[in-house]
Design a protein around this ligand. Structure first.
Ligand code: G3H
Ligand code: 13P
Ligand code: NA
Ligand code: ZN
Length: 328
């Protein structure tokens, strides 16, 4: 059944678990997420970015979401817009059947420039006011995702702020978070504490200097009833890096967010955990493996099926690690 983010995260808060939000762009990813959720009896969040919407087409996404809820009727699924960049994008997502939207006003509509307070509050409140009239949930973001190691926003992969940012901008201020939630009435709040999108988050295993989980704990103390969201939460597992590199890939050494840190977050109000990169890596590793071991193969099913299976495995693992398993 299709449910809203609010319904799902209220249940998660009541029962002390977190819910992974996995990104999709195509049928294989949608099927893999639902197969994993069904396999461990978990509710799940499927999210699509603006990039996914232009890749797959809103009508295709809408019918794909309808299809997977029909195939897996017993699995509660929230269909969420990831990183909406303005009220128009959010409203057209709602028209396409999304039950939840993210208005990311931490960045200007270009998705690159860090936004100021008034812009973020204004645009997020506009979306929340409209979405709530239709029973749709809203996620906002305060603070800019980016590296505390380099002070850089996420220019490299095209996400996030450009250039050098201050330590302050890269960490959500707890008092401002209280004010932001009060003024915008968002259902969930994404915060910044040192993670970034993509595979290259940390150049070493992160400690408290570069992954500031204490910020989450402080925000949760001040906002005990707000559902917190961790973006950039792929763990970038070493074994997935190894498979990719073994079969001709060229990923540089890198670290992601350890699952143990996410589990710590879940103890302190983190309810939605965004994961895309890990699934991209799981799929790509298998595609590389099949094609390099069988250079004469050209049936897409021969590499997409193992790719899907690797994604099912990753998704199941996270659903178990976040205690989402068994909650459907
Ligand atoms: O926000 C980051 C997600 O991984 C989605 O990425 O914008 O390339 O679809 P994307
Ligand atoms: P990763 O790149 O760490 O998977 O983060 C995904 C994300 O935050 C989507 O909004
Ligand atoms: Na999101
Ligand atoms: Zn994100």
């Amino acid at each position: 059944a299709r449910i809203t983010l609010r319904q799902l995260l209220d249940h998660a808060a009541e029962h002390d678990y977190g819910v992974p939000a996995f990104n999709i762009n195509n049928m294989e990813q949608a099927l893999a997420i639902m197969e994993a959720a069904s396999g461990v009896d978990a509710p799940v969040i499927i999210q699509a970015s603006r990039g996914a919407r232009s890749y797959a087409n809103d009508i295709m996404l809408k019918h794909m979401m309808d299809a997977v809820t029909e195939i897996y009727p017993h699995i509660p699924v929230c269909v969420h817009l990831d990183h909406g960049n303005g009220p128009e994008t959010c409203m057209t997502a709602i028209q396409a059947g999304f039950t939840s939207v993210m208005m990311d006003g931490s960045l200007k509509a270009d998705g690159k420039t860090a936004a100021d307070w008034d812009y973020n509050v204004g645009v997020t409140k506009t979306v929340a006011d409209m979405a709530h009239l239709g029973g749709i949930s809203v996620e906002g973001e305060l603070g800019v995702l980016g590296s505390l190691e380099s002070g850089m926003g996420e220019a490299e992969d095209g996400h996030g702020a450009e250039g050098q940012l201050s330590h302050d901008q890269l960490l959500t201020n707890p008092d401002e978070a209280v004010k932001f939630v009060k003024e915008t009435q968002v259902d969930a709040l994404a915060i910044a504490m040192g993670t970034s999108h993509g595979a290259y988050k940390f150049t070493r295993k992160p400690d408290g200097d570069i992954l500031a989980m204490n910020v989450i704990e402080e925000i949760h103390r001040k906002l005990p009833n707000t559902h917190l969201v961790m973006h950039g939460s792929s763990s970038v597992p070493q074994d997935l890096q190894d498979i990719i590199n073994k079969f001709g890939g060229q990923m540089k050494p890198t670290w992601g967010v350890p699952v143990s840190e996410i589990q710590r977050g879940i103890k302190h109000g983190v309810r939605k955990i965004n994961i895309d990169t890990d699934n991209r890596m799981a799929m790509t590793g298998q595609i590389r493996k099949v094609l390099s071991e069988n250079p004469s193969e050209f049936d897409p099913r021969k590499y997409l099926k193992p790719a899907m299976e690797a994604m099912v495995k990753l998704c199941k693992q996270r659903l178990q690690e976040f205690n989402t398993a068994g909650q459907a």
